[in-house]
Structure formats: C-alpha cells, structure tokens
Design a binder for this molecule. Structure first.
Ligand code: GSH
Length: 208
C-alpha cells in the first residue's frame, strides 16, 4: 500500500489529532512539515489550511474527512464506530469541537495570547472576551464526559482526539487553568488522555 503522508506543522491542534489517530491505529505515516497557505497545501485545501493528506492518488483536506478515510482504509481498531448512533455522536462532538471549542480556545485565546505583534502586545480585550465562551465550552465538555470519561460510549474515539490537543493547550495559560479547575470530570478526562502515548508521542516539542 502507498505511504500515507500528512502535511502540516506539528503545533497545529488538528495535525496532532490526525497524528494521534495514526498512532492509535498503528498506521505508519510520513509527516511533511508544510505551513498553512504554502503552495503545496493550497494545491489540496482551497482555503490553505492544515492538515492535508496524500495517499497514493488520493488527496484530502479537512481533518474530519482525513480521519474518516484513515479509520476506514487502514486495519485495526475503529475510532469512528460503525454503530449509527455512536457515529452520529462522534460527528456531533467533532462539529461542536470545530465550531465552538476551536474558535474560542484556539482562535480567540491561545493564538492571540501566543502570537502577537511585539510592538503592540497581545489584544487583551479580545482574549478576555473569549473567557466566558471558553467556560461554556468547558461546561459542555464536562457534562459530555461526566458519565463514562469519554465523549462517545465508554472508550476512546476520534471525538476525544479532536478536542484533547486544544484542551491541553488551554492549560498552558493561568486563565485557562482557572476555568478548567471548575470542572472536575473534564480535569480527570484531560489528565487521562494527556497520558496516552499517542498524545505524548505527537507533542510539538519533546518533553523536558
Ligand atoms: N476545519 C479545518 C480547520 C483547520 C485549521 O483551522 N487549521 C489551522 C491550523 S490548526 C490553519 O491552517 N490555520 C491557518 C489558516 O487558516 O490560514 C479542519 O478541520 O481541518
């Protein structure tokens, strides 16, 4: 079978989710460190976003589509279950993760806190405005994992892999830690997922 190629930089939360899936399934892949908006990424994703994927003649963009392809193409445990209700529940949490969790944690909080014009400093009003929305996301996820410790059923699925990179980044910031500390089930969930080898092996920077 052709080699699977994931294109994207390792500090992208979505690249990490896809890499976690490959690790969990035991799929060998090559990570090509392509930046968003680079010509090779734009050749696959119309909006120039990462990750994108190549496998033989197949190219794909959008992380959930890539995840579905990998989960169904390669042998091993399924992380997007066959059961109709559980498949729909994975879709539900991935959509919520992409529309709300990614927006408020990544785009409105982590990215503007970490990357800003040094001369101007971070946009503190924008970052502060994200906090109540992040609280709502954490509350929803806390409810979601309260019964089983996972978002879907009682085992790891792609829904969990989609959100854990974002939640762990939130913990790098005191304001993020403070919000998360209010939600006990969510704290336990993040702690347990962050110990998975698929998570630690895909860190952008090696653990010190
Ligand atoms: N809906 C897309 C979102 C991908 C996305 O937001 N990627 C970010 C990096 S984590 C990116 O490429 N940002 C740069 C840009 O939008 O130009 C997916 O699920 O793949």
């Amino acid at each position: 079978m052709a080699e699977l190629e994931i294109m994207g930089v390792p500090f992208s939360n979505y690249v990490r989710s896809i890499r976690m899936l490959c690790e969990e399934k035991g799929v060998t892949y090559k990570l090509t460190p392509s930046r968003p908006q680079s010509p090779e990424v734009k050749a696959i994703h119309p909006a120039g976003q990462i990750p994108v994927m190549r496998h033989g003649d197949v190219t794909l963009f959008e992380s959930k589509a890539i995840a579905t392809y990998i989960d169904r193409t390669f042998p091993g445990q399924k992380f997007i279950p066959d059961d109709t209700l559980e498949t729909a529940q994975v879709e539900q949490w991935v959509s919520y993760g992409n529309v709300k969790v990614d927006r408020w944690i990544m785009r409105e909080f982590v990215v503007p806190s970490a990357f800003f014009d040094k001369a101007k400093g971070p946009d503190t009003a924008r970052i502060a405005a994200a906090l109540p929305e992040i609280d709502k996301c954490c509350k929803a996820l806390d409810n979601g994992v309260a019964q089983t410790g996972h978002l879907v059923g009682s085992r790891l699925t792609y829904a969990d892999m989609n959100v854990i990179p974002m939640l762990s980044l939130l913990l790098n910031f005191p304001a993020g830690k403070e919000i998360m500390a209010k939600y006990r089930s969510l704290c336990a969930y993040v702690e347990s997922l962050a110990n998975l080898p698929s998570f630690t092996n895909t860190a952008a920077l090696p653990r010190r």
